[in-house]
Design a binder for this molecule. Structure first.
Ligand SMILES: Nc1ncnc2c1ncn2[C@@H]1O[C@H](COP(=O)(O)OS(=O)(=O)O)[C@@H](OP(=O)(O)O)[C@H]1O
Ligand SMILES: Nc1ncnc2c1ncn2[C@@H]1O[C@H](COP(=O)(O)OP(=O)(O)O)[C@@H](O)[C@H]1O
Length: 466
């Protein structure tokens, strides 16, 4: 792609909005772009509306004079609409972390100019930098009298997207290995918008804008970038592949950590010890990760009994903090305004999922024991928690007849008598979990036997030793 003036430009920078919002907007209107706290960062004069097509290309649908295009309505119904136009910056986003590493491109250019650096070699690592790559960069910088810049892409600064902290610490350790080079470390907030190739091309342009003259990439990336070297205006250098390091060089930090936790050998001299320790710390083995036990089943199936007995057992084992999110207790303290409609049950389960994911994120154990009758919201909770640690779904599959026979709270009798409406299993659905980690029918086993099976499952998955 090229801009109207012929300049090479690989990725359209657009603002995605809902079709409803786009429909309420006239071209020529100005939008305020604010951060999460409402601070005005920039304004956007909306000059065009775009719809992305399946090939991730943006397709111009209409401009002001062509707003009555016959296909527009149908296309607008198909999903997000992209807006583009003149952007007026008001102020830079506020960051509380690593402020000294957050230089703008102009500040970096000034820095390199002031220090008489006519050549600047950039690295833009997705993961920690290990010895081979670092030595290659330092060697190049030394022989060509070039300055070094490590540009670190970080996410959009959402609370849950803070994975960069450990990466930055790794880079800091790496930098300490070559004090004579005084390399520059810089953070760039950047949201991936497009395919890897286009992102790589955009990265090269950003680096050029930061004053870099050379960009060191892997041989595969070099293959892509070389075709565009003239357009990019930056020289592409590839990291030499060192034979005995090659298989490990392609491991992500998380993969490398699993490799180390599994006791697999890392070749001597592959990395710096502090970097390896940091990676292991950032990606703990399952034995040190948090997890949630999510018990789901009919009223009276045995969820609370199992949850309470499991809580005590895990307390005896020690090691992690444990929180019990029992259905009844959550309803009392967290969801007291909710009823038992599908909508409210889903809200209730989402709240439990959110609290559980926070506990798991911080390395704790959350034991959840709601009925959770609907598959889709259980799936949501699974994905919410799994991104932070373990999620073990236990279907307490005690048959309805048994639960009804127990009827500890007299609710089944009330439901059968029509006094209590919308009771799960009687006149409200329970969707049976399709792939739980464990199913427990409590009609013919004791709570202790159930706990034993849960502990065995946890041990098999690697979350505890049992
Ligand atoms: N209509 C209806 N349906 C099901 N259950 C009902 C209903 N009304 C009240 N109760 C009591 O509420 C407890 C279930 O609450 P949950 O928060 O676990 O339900 S849900 O997951 O939001 O569906 C459930 O507790 P448990 O018996 O411990 O499961 C019941 O005691
Ligand atoms: N193996 C078992 N696990 C759990 N509860 C059992 C088991 N066997 C019998 N029960 C009895 O079943 C009832 C389950 O009630 P409860 O734990 O409150 O269920 P829920 O929380 O699913 O409504 C209790 O009276 C409990 O003593």
């Amino acid at each position: 792609m090229r801009l109207a003036d012929g300049q090479f430009w690989p990725v359209p920078i657009v603002l995605a909005v809902s079709k409803k919002f786009a429909g309420s907007l006239d071209l020529g209107e100005t939008l305020a772009l604010r951060d999460g706290e409402g601070v005005l960062l920039a304004t956007l004069l909306v000059e065009e509306q775009w719809l992305p097509d399946k090939n991730q290309e943006a397709r111009l649908v209409y401009e002001s004079e062509d707003a009555s295009h016959p296909g527009v309505d149908a296309l607008l119904r198909s999903g997000d609409v992209y807006l583009s136009g003149r952007l007026q910056a008001v102020e830079l986003p506020t960051h509380h972390d690593y402020r000294h590493y957050r230089q703008t491109p102009a500040q970096l250019r000034d820095h390199f100019n002031a220090n008489g650096c006519s050549q600047v070699l950039a690295l833009q690592p997705h993961h920690a930098i290990h010895k081979a790559q670092w030595e290659a960069a330092c060697h190049y910088a030394k022989t060509h009298k070039a300055a070094l810049l490590i540009q670190c892409h970080v996410g959009l600064g959402q609370p849950e997207d803070r994975s960069h902290f450990s990466r930055i610490r790794c880079h800091e350790y790496t930098l300490q290995q070559s004090p004579e080079q005084t390399p520059q470390l810089n953070l760039l907030n950047h949201a991936s918008r497009s395919s890897e190739t286009r992102e790589l091309l955009l990265t090269a342009l950003i680096l050029r804008n930061c004053g870099c003259t050379h960009f060191m990439v892997s041989p595969e990336q070099g293959g892509i970038l070389r075709d565009y070297e003239a357009d990019l205006g930056i020289c592409i250098i590839t990291t030499p592949t060192i034979a005995n390091h090659a298989p490990l060089l392609v491991l992500s930090d998380a993969e490398l950590s699993h490799h180390l936790h599994a006791g697999l050998p890392v070749p001597d001299g592959f990395s710096f010890p502090e970097v390896l320790a940091e990676i292991q710390n950032a990606y703990p083995s399952r034995l040190h990760q948090g997890f949630a036990i999510f018990l789901t089943g009919l009223s009276g199936s045995g969820k609370s009994t199992i949850a309470n007995a499991l809580l005590v057992k895990l307390m005896e084992m020690g090691g992690r903090t444990i929180t019990l999110l029992d259905g009844d207790v959550v309803r009392k303290h967290l969801s007291s305004e909710l009823n038992f409609s599908k909508e409210h049950r889903d809200i209730n389960i989402r709240r439990i999922g959110f609290v559980a994911s926070e506990i798991v994120k911080n390395g704790g154990i959350a034991i959840c024991a709601p009925i959770a009758p609907y598959t889709s919201v259980r799936r949501e909770v699974r994905s919410m928690v799994s991104s932070k640690g373990g999620f073990i779904e236990v279907h307490v599959s005690t048959p309805l007849e048994e639960c009804e026979k127990r009827d500890r709270k007299g609710l089944y009798a009330k439901a059968r008598a029509g006094i209590l409406k919308g009771f799960t299993g009687i006149d409200d659905p329970y969707e049976i979990p399709e792939n739980p980690e464990l199913r427990l029918d409590t009609s013919n086993q004791t709570p202790d036997q159930c706990i034993e099976q849960i502990l065995l499952t946890l041990a098999e998955l690697g979350y505890i030793t049992h």
